[in-house]
Each structure stands twice: as C-alpha cells, then as structure tokens.
Design a protein around this ligand. Structure first.
Ligand code: ADP
Ligand code: MG
Length: 195
C-alpha cells in the first residue's frame, strides 16, 4: 500500500498521486483512506469534486460503500488554486469530468508544495482514455491502478461497461447503468451490442 512521503514536503515542493481504474474499483475508497491518514498526521486537507457529479450528494465525496467526506464542488479547475491556499493535502475525485486545465492546476499545486491526490476513471465506457486522466497519469510522481471484480466472470475487471443505451460521454449512474468487466467480457458485450 501507498506509504506517505510527507518528509519531502518539507522542502516546499509537493507531488502528484493519481489513483485510477474502472467504476467500482475502489478509487474513492483509496482516496478516502489516504486522506484519513493525512488527517491523523494533522495535515490540513481539502477535497474537491466536479460540480457536475451530483450522483449521491451535492457536497460530499461518497464511495459505493457509503464512506464519505465533505468536499467542495467546483466547475472550473482554476478555482482550486485559490481555494487550496491554506491546505497541505489536496484531494480531487472524479477528475475525468474536469477539462484539461486540471493538468496545469495539479502541477501548480504540487509546485506550491502541496500533496495532490487525484482520483478518476482512466477509461470511458468505450474503453478510451477519459478527459484529462491520461495527461495526469503522465505528470504524476505516483500512479496506482486499482481493479474491480468482473460482474460476469468474477475475474479482474478494468473496464466500465454501460448497460443502458446511450452514446453520451457523460452519463451519471451506478450499478443500474454500469458494470465492471474484464477485457474478455468487455469485448464480448460490445460485439453483441453491435450485431
Ligand atoms: P470507485 O470510486 O472506483 O467507483 P468506490 O471506492 O466508490 O469505487 O467503491 C468500491 C466498492 O464498491 C468496493 O469496496 C465494493 O464494496 C463495491 N463494489 C460494487 N461492485 C463492485 C465490483 N464489481 N467490483 C469491486 N467492488 C465492487
Ligand atoms: Mg468513485
């Protein structure tokens, strides 16, 4: 598991950690776990999420296991810089819903000495890199890819399959709309759909 490297923050330079994976892979749980440990270390923490993510709560970040933490919803990533001034650890959930400016924002925060923990879907429902995530993965010091359990085979899942019929890139939803699938089951599901 990830070990805190708080000592290196002492030189005034921070870093970026990215937690990525499919839906239900435990990204939010892992973000909450890291934040909880930072809290125990008495660090000042602020969590952000995109304003458009209103699935469970307008203000909280909530995992599928109902663990939660207070967060600040923002529409423009640039706002995060100003709002982070007094904090040492910055958490950002559902990062895939932000635009590409999040990449520069995360770099700026890390350059200002902050520990930046970003969590988000690495792929969309078509299996394509999602929003700013590929660039965030490239600039991060630490990358953790977590995996779900395939709803069909019980094996490791790294894909998010959309069950309902919609072609919109962003369609908020949970187990009624999405399932985690292995590569094999994801290919099967997408081929059956087309025929
Ligand atoms: P994410 O943020 O990656 O969507 P969460 O951290 O919110 O995921 O939730 C992870 C939790 O979801 C797991 O601990 C588990 O209890 C639950 N869960 C539901 N479906 C699955 C699945 N197919 N594979 C793994 N965990 C699942
Ligand atoms: Mg989540």
């Amino acid at each position: 598991m990830f070990l805190e490297r708080s000592m290196s923050q002492a030189d005034g330079i921070g870093w970026i950690e990215v937690i990525c994976g499919s839906m239900f892979s435990g990204k939010t749980e892992e973000l909450l776990r890291r934040v909880k440990r930072a809290k125990i270390a008495k660090q000042k923490i602020k969590i952000f999420k995109p304003k458009k993510d209103v699935r469970y709560d307008k203000k909280k970040v909530i995992s599928h296991d109902q663990n939660s933490i207070k967060s600040k919803p923002v529409s423009n990533p640039r706002k995060i810089i100003k709002l982070s001034e007094k904090f040492e650890v910055i958490g950002i959930d559902e990062a895939q819903f932000f635009d590409d400016s999040l990449v520069d924002v995360c770099n700026e925060l890390a350059n200002l000495g902050k520990r930046v923990i970003v969590s988000g879907l690495d792929m969309d429902f078509k299996g394509k890199p999602f929003g700013p995530m590929p660039n965030l993965l490239a600039i991060a010091e630490y990358v953790t890819k977590v995996h779900a359990v395939c709803s069909k085979s019980g094996k490791m899942a790294s894909y998010t399959h959309r069950i309902v019929d919609s072609d919109d890139l962003i369609l908020l939803g949970d187990t009624k709309k999405y399932q985690a699938l292995s590569r094999k089951e994801f290919i099967k599901s997408n081929t059956t759909k087309k025929t």
